[in-house]
Design a protein around this ligand. Structure first.
Ligand SMILES: [Zn+2]
Length: 468
């Protein structure tokens, strides 16, 4: 019995790990896309690193594209089995994969235009909307906490990882040929404690082996004692004093709904100025609809809140925009307003149009509320660059740039240690650190060893470890 690490070893994206039982049954944990790896990204994603037809089942931890985004290619290249996830993950992953396919189709159109000019053959997209529709037929849901038996060798259980809607840690029970049993848990991505919307990450069954994410293995979250007040001050300053537009780039899944929820609370407290608020993104709008249907997955505070306000993601001045024409119309409006749009790192999507339209006017404010990689447009704006390129044109950054850094979907290192603390350390044979940059993993390995975890391993790509 063994585990092979295929992706998310040296990086935080491309999550893929294969468990092979004594009888040769192969389970693929996640099938994510690599993201932001420069020129290598395309090649890494086109070559899965194993034969899809060899895999018997996929178990998916959560819907984020770096965990789910290469499932359509897996099916396209010959995978015939079932893909298991929690019921909310199924809803979210369908929306995200369709969006991902549209991006691949759109991007390849542009690339092929250039190739045609150079007399080169056209390329095909990584996958299309049709491929996504085909792969969705392989999905099956398993609720949290149910013991699901795949066969006489393998059963598994999902527990809430508190990272995004539907996210789960996957605990596998694996029987060896000599009837010995091995327990292995893949944490997926681990969420924060006391999240605004989600429940805390749950305890998981005692494991012999843990595949543990380590994105923030070397970081602690900044504590913004009052993110609500901070946001309110930015709104007042921008929309009332400067009479400008407040642009909030935000990820469609999670961050957008958190911001809307804070605004909803401010509105209920009658603190929010009487201005229009727009969520300008079809993807964010679709995901918000899914969240509204799954409020039972949220924490007790939100359950209490909805007793008085049944829609935490909607209020009288708030408008969700799907249509392109309505989005474009916002550019010519001179009214002070708040525009929440994606993508969070500002490299794609409608947010780029809003930035181009507002960034050079000092009466406007750009509020950064999420992680931005240093080379992204968001990273450059966040670091205070005075001039940025949007759609190949240079723009002076005269708008105010504000940052609220306390929002995160990932546990910091203290929270990961807290998440692992439900385990009896003496029973754990190995903790494998994955899904983290090299520095984060090395630093987190030190911390876990100091905490008394006896054997912490940082696997490399394609490493195989035997499971006793
Ligand atoms: Zn994630």
């Amino acid at each position: 019995m063994q585990v092979k690490f295929i992706g998310a070893t040296e990086t935080v994206t491309g999550s893929k790990h294969i468990i092979e039982t004594d009888k040769g049954f192969k389970i693929l944990l996640d099938c994510g896309l690599y993201q932001g790896m420069g020129k290598e990204t395309e090649t890494l994603n086109r070559n899965l690193g194993f034969l899809p037809s060899d895999i018997d089942v996929v178990i998916l931890s959560h819907a984020h594209i770096d965990h789910s985004g290469n499932i359509p290619l897996l099916v396209k290249q010959g995978f015939l089995g079932s893909i298991y996830c929690t019921p909310p993950t199924l809803e979210v992953v369908e929306v995200l994969l369709l969006d991902s396919a549209k991006i691949h189709e759109y991007d390849i159109e542009y690339v092929n235009k250039k190739r045609e000019q150079r007399g080169e053959d056209p390329l095909t997209p990584l996958y299309t909307v049709k491929d996504v529709e085909r792969c969705m037929k392989h999905f099956k849901t398993v609720p949290y906490h149910a013991d699901f038996h795949l066969n006489e060798e393998v059963s598994f259980k999902f527990t809430d990882a508190g990272h995004i809607l539907g996210s789960a840690a996957i605990s596998l029970t694996l029987k060896h040929s000599d009837h010995k049993v091995t327990h292995l848990t893949f944490t997926g991505d681990i969420g924060k404690y006391n999240d605004m919307l989600l429940k805390d990450p749950e305890c998981f069954p005692q494991a012999d082996y843990i595949l543990c994410e380590s994105t923030y293995g070397d970081r602690l979250h900044e504590i913004d004692t009052d993110a609500e007040l901070h946001l309110l001050n930015v709104v007042r300053n921008t929309c009332l004093e400067k009479k400008g537009k407040l642009i909030i780039p935000a990820f469609s899944l999670g961050r957008t709904q958190e911001i809307v929820y804070i605004l909803d609370k401010l509105k209920n407290k009658k603190l929010l100025p009487n201005i229009k608020v727009y969520v300008d993104s079809p993807l964010s709008t679709n995901i918000t609809d899914i969240m509204r249907e799954n409020v039972s997955c949220f924490n007790e505070r939100l359950q209490e809140y909805i007793k008085n306000d049944p829609d935490p993601f909607g209020f009288s001045n708030l408008k969700y925009i799907r249509e392109k024409e309505e989005s474009i119309a916002l550019n010519s409006s001179k009214e002070p307003c708040i525009i929440i749009s994606s993508s969070g790192m500002m490299d794609a999507g409608r947010i780029k149009h809003h930035l181009a339209n507002t960034i050079s006017d000092p009466k406007n404010t750009i509020l950064v509320v999420g992680y931005c990689s240093p080379n992204s447009l968001g990273g450059k704006i966040k670091s205070g660059e005075k001039e940025v390129k949007i759609f190949r044109k240079l723009y002076e950054v005269n708008a105010d740039v504000e940052v609220i850094d306390s929002y995160s979907a990932h546990a910091d290192y203290n929270e990961i240690i807290r998440f692992l603390s439900c385990q009896d350390k003496s029973k754990i044979k190995t903790v494998f650190l994955i899904h983290g940059d090299p520095d984060a993993k090395t630093s987190f390995k030190d911390k876990l060893e100091k905490e008394g975890y006896p054997n912490v391993v940082i696997p490399s790509k394609n490493d195989i470890h035997f499971l006793e």
